[in-house]
Design a protein around this ligand. Structure first.
Ligand code: NAX
Ligand code: ADP
Ligand code: K
Length: 484
């Protein structure tokens, strides 16, 4: 069993992929082996999480997820825990593995109750897993509501009930709770555990591969957790020219702070030199808080060989500049208003598509929706699919921001960034991310690596941020070297 952290590098499989893994694994094992192993794993984790628990509530559902719960209850009871198993239904309607597990439960002297207990020290959610098909209702919804509302820790089996393994879209209750939440994923990790509603519902994630470790030699994983992103070591005999130039273009009237944030972030993330071209003609031509930044007339940027970060606080004037920039700029990050300018502009999108080196696009869900000509809700309903579609359509690396940012690139597996938290949900942190990406491009990383490494570091800085210190974009922009 493995605790999943932001350093974990691992393949992610959705429903179809996990079903394939399950079918292959069970074909080579005696009947019911996987479910017994699952029960053992759940019981072990439950005991480790709540060693002093006296009363454990196992809520079981109508499928094999419920079967896992029955198996866990047998183990917990055998280890001396007072265990209440709640289950309602017709035993003959259970799938065969779960039916066998129910028989074992009865043989162990346990019986099921159709009601929830009034008190428990740890709840185990074995209601629905991979087979969840609609929002839980009736007694399933009632039991889930009770588990989420209680102060006791909650351990979800495989998936929090109602969470879609592919998309991370959750149905059914979820309440903000101070009680710890854990999820023990079985056989595989799933994309939906890391994006959209997945993080909030899962809490701390664990993986039990049930003794069937799967490698991804065939490249069939639906996405990957990228793993730890160490900084590149530096040779001693280097100089500012060794680490590239970044040019930042943006800053329409009233929005001048955005490109300065991006430029400051690029500087602190290791770019050799950073230039800024502001679109607001009334803006000051330097920044006393960041004298390293070099301000230039915007029409002179980017100069040859510079990585360009374009769009932060850009305003509508950017649209007219984009054709030339798309055709001639080297390494390129398009953010904010540069993305809005692209939306619905087939000619611009064609230029983007034809670039020799893919650009990095960093839309938040609303910007992605504009680019895809759909609603934000449609983007959020399947973040992986939205990012992949955009990446293919624009022939670009697309970093779809938000909880569990998705990084999609044409011809390469999608990545989901596991670092970061809601303290990043404040104005300007996206500009900082764009600057980080620009710095990594300037230092020679390929667009996909620059995107995921910057996103990982951006989130990691937020995860390590001292609780008492406000997380502002300008502080985040200056935080990189202190951490790497
Ligand atoms: N078969 C096996 O050998 C293994 C199964 N595993 C477990 O089995 C799970 C998958 O089992 P299933 O495919 O049976 O799926 P589930 O246990 O998630 O449930 C499927 C059942 O629930 C019903 N259902 C779906 N949504 C519902 C809703 N909202 N309200 C009421 N009923 C609903 C379905 O009609 C179906 O009868 C995995 O998540 C994992 O926990 C693991 O133990 C690994 C091994
Ligand atoms: N809950 C969260 N978990 C992880 N990252 C988050 C969360 N909320 C926001 N972020 C990150 O913060 C940044 C916000 O960017 P964006 O929405 O473009 O804001 P802005 O344009 O104001 O800078 C993105 O990198 C996003 O992924
Ligand atoms: K579950």
């Amino acid at each position: 069993m493995q605790r999943i952290s932001t350093h974990t590098r691992a393949p992610l499989w959705g429903k179809a992929g996990t079903r394939r893994i399950e079918a292959q694994a069970s074909a080579s094992l005696p009947p019911h082996t996987l479910m017994r192993r699952a029960g053992l794993g759940i019981a072990r984790l439950a005991m480790a999480l709540a060693p002093h628990a006296r009363h454990i509530w196992v809520a079981c559902g109508p499928g094999n997820n419920g079967g896992d719960g029955f198996e866990a209850a047998v183990q917990l009871q055998a280890c001396g825990f007072h265990t209440t198993v709640s289950w309602r239904g017709d035993a003959t309607a259970l799938p065969s593995d779960a039916r066998a597990a129910l028989t074992r439960l009865h043989a162990a002297g346990l019986s099921c109750t159709p009601e929830a207990p009034s008190h428990w020290d740890l709840a185990i959610d074995a209601l629905l897993g991979l087979g969840s098909r609609r929002p839980p209702d009736g007694h399933l919804a009632d039991w889930l509501q009770r588990m989420h509302a209680a102060d006791a820790p909650l351990l979800s089996v495989d998936l929090p009930s109602g969470l879609d393994a592919d998309t991370g879209v959750g149905t059914g209750p979820v309440l903000v709770s101070r009680a710890p939440r854990h999820c023990l994923s079985l056989l595989s990790l799933k994309p939906g555990q890391f994006t959209a509603d997945g993080r909030d519902r899962c809490g701390t994630l664990w993986l039990d591969d049930l003794g069937c470790a799967v490698d991804d030699a065939s490249g069939s994983a639906d996405a990957w957790l990228p793993g730890f992103a160490p900084d590149q070591p530096r040779l001693h005999a280097t100089h500012k020219g060794s680490y590239g130039d970044v040019a930042v273009l943006g800053g329409a009237p009233g929005m001048v702070g955005a490109p300065i944030l991006a430029a400051t972030a690029a500087l602190h993330a290791g770019a050799g030199r950073v230039f800024v071209g502001l679109l607001d003609p009334a803006a000051a031509a330097w920044d006393a808080t960041a004298p390293e930044l070099m301000f230039r007339p915007h029409h002179t940027l980017p100069q040859h060989g510079q990585a360009l970060v374009c769009g932060c606080g850009g305003g509508e004037a950017l649209a007219a500049m984009l054709p030339a920039l798309l055709d001639h700029a080297g390494p390129l990050v398009l953010d904010a208003d540069a993305l809005n300018a692209l939306a619905g502009q087939d000619a611009l999108q064609k230029r983007l598509h034809q670039r020799a080196s893919p650009a990095v696009l960093t839309p938040h869900p609303l910007e992605a929706a504009r680019l895809l000509n759909c609603s934000t809700a449609q983007v959020q309903a399947d973040r992986l699919a939205a990012a992949r579609t955009l990446a293919e359509r624009m022939n670009s690396v697309v970093l779809l921001k938000g909880s569990g940012s998705v990084i999609a690139s044409p011809g390469a597996p999608a990545l989901i960034n596991p670092s970061g938290n809601a303290r990043l949900a404040s104005a300007g942190t996206g500009d900082v991310l764009a600057g980080f990406i620009g710095a990594l491009l300037a230092q020679g990383l390929d667009p996909r690596s620059a995107a995921w490494r910057a996103a990982w570091r951006h989130g990691d800085l937020a995860d390590r941020w001292p609780a008492h210190r406000p997380l502002t974009a300008s502080a985040l922009a200056r935080a990189w070297p202190a951490r790497a």
